[in-house]
Write a protein that binds this ligand. Structure first.
Ligand SMILES: NC(=O)c1ccc[n+]([C@@H]2O[C@H](COP(=O)([O-])OP(=O)(O)OC[C@H]3O[C@@H](n4cnc5c(N)ncnc54)[C@H](O)[C@@H]3O)[C@@H](O)[C@H]2O)c1
Ligand SMILES: [Zn+2]
Length: 364
């Protein structure tokens, strides 16, 4: 399906087992879910927004395959990734006497996927789980790799599991109703994937900035990014090594999100600023060329992503970076691009240089 030369990754990653990507695929949800388990009934869980937009077509696809559908919607957003909301879903399942072979389907973005996946992993010690991701981020990132979790007041994703979905149904057409700012923010993760893995993908996005919501373009981007994520997950399923490469731009991004307060910056917007910072560090330390770092920043800006932060203090961002749970003994390990399409991990940098660079990221 990809219009790109399919040079890499060559073999099919194991993490793509059960993952199907195609425009219009939602209509085949019933058949795909029936393959998972011989069941007459399925449980469909979404958030209010997505249930309102895609609940009917997905329910129709399930009922026309002869399945009975029970539905439940949670409030949209990160607040629903909580033990309380998970308990509400457990009780909903229990009240309907859900059986161990009856699939639970998560229809929505990364919040619904993480929350409902966590419930699927733990209800009755694990029931069949199907993901239908409906944001660009969920299609290329959160639905691949098997991580599910809820948040605690003490931190994001603190209670979770590795529980790969039995099926992932990725329909790029489902992205058509995404609010534009959400779509643009999620492009940061696509550009991240391009910078660290795939120069062809970078060229494609550069040539497509006038049609970012084009369904065929989105289908190509999703296809490409999913393969890369799956390849890295295959190499490091439990996130102990090379999977860290996916954190490119995220060291500074997480700190910006923490200091600004969750919601002030969309995750992708913070990642864009973080990539500018990490790219600058890479160029200053001779890992990357200035020319390619500039090319990255120009593309981020052309897409409509921020390249600087405002309204927060660089000193607070630096403090938050050092308090990140991934930082051990006060040493930050950086992911830095080396050439477009490649990056290196575990780089230690001079703290003074880091401080100077974070100061260049503020526009206030
Ligand atoms: N498990 C993982 O490996 C992993 C990886 C990355 C991120 N995440 C998690 O993903 C979450 C963020 O996910 P997200 O950005 O998808 O946010 P989200 O699930 O909150 O969705 C964003 C908004 O878009 C709406 N929406 C979703 N699909 C839509 C559609 N097709 N049309 C119109 N509106 C739609 C939702 O209702 C919501 O309001 C975070 O909690 C993050 O921790 C998990
Ligand atoms: Zn991210």
């Amino acid at each position: 399906m990809s219009g790109l030369p399919d040079t890499h990754p060559r073999s099919t990653p194991k993490s793509l087992d059960g993952v199907t990507i195609a425009r219009g695929l939602l209509a085949r949800t019933g058949q795909i879910v029936k393959d998972v388990a011989p069941t007459r009934r399925v449980f469909l869980c979404s958030d209010d927004n997505v249930m309102g937009i895609l609940g009917d077509p997905v329910t129709h696809a399930l009922t026309s395959a002869g399945l009975r559908v029970e539905t439940h919607a949670v409030r949209p957003g990160e607040e629903s990734k909580s033990l309380q909301v998970a308990a509400g879903i457990y009780n909903w399942l229990a009240a309907r006497r859900a059986e161990r072979r009856e699939p639970l389907i998560a229809l929505g973005g990364g919040c619904v996927g993480d929350l409902v996946g966590f419930v699927a992993a733990t209800y009755a010690r694990g029931i069949p789980f199907v993901q239908i991701p409906t944001t660009l981020l969920a299609q290329i990132d959160s639905s691949i790799g098997g991580k599910v979790a809820v948040d605690l007041p003490a931190g994001k994703n603190l209670v979770g599991a590795f529980y790969p979905a039995h099926r992932v149904i990725i329909d790029p057409n489902a992205l058509a109703t995404l609010p534009r700012p959400q779509l643009i923010a999620d492009y940061a993760e696509v550009i991240k994937t391009a910078v660290i893995f795939d120069a062809d993908l970078f060229n494609l996005i550069e040539a497509s900035t006038h049609k970012l919501d084009d369904p065929e373009l989105l289908a190509q981007l999703v296809q490409r990014c999913v393969r890369w994520k799956a390849k890295v997950v295959d190499e490091d399923p439990e996130d102990r090594g090379i999977r860290a490469i996916l954190n490119y731009g995220h060291t500074i991004a997480h700190a910006i999100e923490t200091v600004a307060g969750y919601g002030a910056y969309r995750h992708g917007e913070a990642v864009a600023i973080g990539m500018v910072g990490a790219g600058r560090l890479a160029a200053q330390t001779g890992h990357w060329t200035e020319a390619e770092a500039t090319r990255q920043n120009t593309l981020l800006a052309a897409i409509g992503l921020p390249t600087t932060f405002t309204g927060i203090q660089p000193a607070h961002v630096l403090d938050a970076m050092l308090r990140d749970k991934k930082v051990q003994n006060g040493i930050i390990r950086w992911v830095l691009p080396t050439t477009l399409g490649h990056a290196t991990v575990n780089v230690e940098l001079d703290p003074t240089l880091v401080t100077q660079t974070v100061h260049t990221l503020t526009s206030s």
